[in-house]
Design a protein around this ligand. Sequence first.
Ligand SMILES: Cc1cc2nc3c(=O)[nH]c(=O)nc-3n(C[C@H](O)[C@H](O)[C@H](O)COP(=O)(O)OP(=O)(O)OC[C@H]3O[C@@H](n4cnc5c(N)ncnc54)[C@H](O)[C@@H]3O)c2cc1C
Length: 294
Amino acid sequence: MYCAVVGCGLAGLGAAHALVKRGAKVVLFDLFPIGEKPGGVEAALLHPYPGKKGIRSRYAHDALNKSLALINLAEAALGRKVALRNGIIRKGWVPNESAHDLEPFEQDVLITSGVTVFLRAYLKGLFAAMPTCEFVQGKLENEDDFDQVLYALGSGFIPWNLSGVEYVKGQVLIVKEHRKEMRSIIGSGHISPLEEPGLAQIGATYEHIQDDQPNLEEAKKYLAPRINTFLPALDSWEIVDCRSCLRVCHQGSYLPIIKRISPQKVIFTGLGSRGLLYHALYGEYAAQELLASL
Ligand SMILES: Cc1cc2nc3c(=O)[nH]c(=O)nc-3n(C[C@H](O)[C@H](O)[C@H](O)COP(=O)(O)OP(=O)(O)OC[C@H]3O[C@@H](n4cnc5c(N)ncnc54)[C@H](O)[C@@H]3O)c2cc1C
């Protein structure tokens, strides 16, 4: 089976890995070099309790383990760490279930299975772990060169009507890191250490605005009341950059969308705020859908 995977974010590379594992020959396409446009975030959080209520997601532990396996592969291929495996602190949260990966941490909870992933490095490492995959920088010009095409464009333009999809803007501020503890914290937003020493990312993704341009004043106005509930006031941080991106959500569901739109084409999108958690598991489902046409 000769497959094109268009879009090399978490969705595209997660699916590509599953396709390669099943013996498909894969050519990857992206407008940017792999890892250069990492879904709007530098550091992303991987843990099984996403969302405001922190309810454990369906399939969460299976999904988490599959994502961790890909992170291990990426690190082996790159020869260096692409993630911090020291847990994630969840502020102001009383979990409504007992689980083996939750521990009291001062007044809060430590999700011991939580991992902070440096997305650029991870995506580059995952690509390096698939040496048989060819990469083409640019658009796919001729779909007919391939048996099957997977579109994993994130918020990239999708020329088909896909119902049940909505866009949510997220902005992150890159700040100089004051804390001694290099560990991610989730409150009504998040802070994560970046791979580059001395820098951290502060952000949240609940703006129902559809442009994807960074806007520092808007970001500060939006983030300040959230951040101030669990971190020193936003004004006290030295901000070095503001970045933004649209994340594509599946309306009314937190699970991604895999949809066959023609005998030759499948879409994989709607990873929402759980891209890391679901990209490996749903990447396998997407690969199964492509290969089902055999
Ligand atoms: C501020 C913010 C914070 C987030 N925090 C987290 C977090 O902590 N944990 C977590 O799990 N998730 C988080 N997310 C969500 C996560 O980033 C997304 O779920 C994930 O990036 C989506 O992956 P994707 O592959 O679907 O899309 P993308 O990462 O957007 O990848 C799509 C790719 O397609 C390419 N492309 C687009 N159009 C074309 C075209 N025509 N031809 C070729 N290539 C094209 C793009 O260049 C891009 O590389 C966050 C998102 C935001 C915005």
